[in-house]
Write a protein that binds this ligand. Structure first.
Ligand SMILES: [Zn+2]
Length: 323
């Protein structure tokens, strides 16, 4: 019962009703070839609504232009040993991240992970997503990462905002962040959830690259928990089998590379959550298909989505269930 008490506070009949109404109002998806293999939000959230049952839905907050940001909470049998947060859709074009988050959610609703309290946020940046959906409908090819205000949410967090790399003066734009820490409603919503729940582990889903990145992203130095991060990374690699993604500290991807103000450093630095930034897929750019060079959507979302969804799911499932 002790374990149930804080949990009950999350469930809100109002949010469940509001999610159902909201889902029924999303416009039907168009038939567009450019996004073959990936669903518009209408189909994504309709699938979630169908399997939701009496699981917990929570409206974390509203985006810059007033779209709801949804979280879904699932917990399996037995006392809670571990709390895990998985979220996707931070960057507007990275639809594969939402697909993998929803795959995990649907699987977990059907078979809740024992001893785990899992929270899935399939789409943290609904405004960026809506812009890309509009582009695809209209046959436009824009490069989009940010939210309504065009802020890159993954440069909006509070930890390691200040660039210290010696190269920052040579290529200053490369190390830039948002105007101030947690300046956007979407990053505020995620931060409030993380602060309240104090997750043990988290995965932030992105594309592309084929990496399990762990902190720090804004500093070259190693984290104290380096060994535990490597252990969890290996767990995900093993779950993927052959040609698995690689486990790396993000700042050590390249000697010049740093990312300031990321969710990765924030969740670990502020709340001690073992957080991975997972770069799904190794891109959908095909050297001999020039069409894919110019279609930003395909950079992140390979045409045949299935194998990439399966690999992504295998990894996050291992992080959640550790089996
Ligand atoms: Zn990304």
């Amino acid at each position: 019962m002790l374990f149930l008490l804080p949990w009950l506070a999350l469930a809100s009949p109002e949010d469940i009703a509001s999610f159902e109404v909201w889902t029924s109002r999303i416009p039907d998806p168009p038939e567009v070839e450019v996004s073959t293999g990936y669903r518009f939000q209408h189909d994504v959230f309709t699938e979630v609504a169908e399997v939701l049952g009496d699981a917990d839905v929570e409206k974390l907050g509203l985006s810059g232009s007033g779209r709801p940001i949804w979280a879904f909470h699932v917990s399996g049998e037995g006392p809670i040993e571990r709390k895990v947060l998985v979220f996707g859709g931070i960057h507007a074009l990275e639809w594969i991240s939402t697909e993998v988050a929803v795959d995990l959610l649907v699987e977990s609703l059907r078979s809740p992970p024992p001893g785990v309290q899992l929270t899935v946020v399939p789409l943290l940046n609904p405004d960026g997503r809506a812009k890309v959906e509009k582009d695809l409908r209209e046959g436009k090819r824009h490069y989009r990462r940010g939210n309504q205000a065009n802020v890159d949410l993954n440069r909006d967090f509070a930890v390691h905002r200040e660039a210290r790399a010696p190269w920052r003066k040579i290529i200053p734009g490369y190390y830039s962040t948002s105007p101030e820490a947690l300046s956007q409603p979407e990053s505020q919503a995620l931060d409030a959830l993380a602060e309240r729940e104090q997750y043990d582990r988290a995965a932030s889903l992105h594309a592309f690259g084929g990496f399990f990145y762990y902190p720090w992203s804004g500093r070259w130095k190693r984290v104290d928990d380096h060994k535990e991060f490597v252990r969890l990374g290996r767990l995900m690699e093993d779950a993927q089998g052959g040609h698995a993604y690689k486990t790396r500290q993000l700042a050590r991807w390249g000697f010049f590379f740093r990312a300031q103000g990321t969710e990765l450093d924030h969740l670990y630095g502020e709340y001690g959550t073992y957080t991975f930034l997972i770069e799904l897929t190794r891109s959908g750019i095909k050297p001999f298909k020039p069409k894919t060079w110019k279609t930003y959507f395909r950079w992140y979302n390979p045409e045949d989505a299935e194998p990439h969804r399966a690999r992504g799911l295998a990894a996050v499932r291992a992080l959640v269930r550790e089996d």
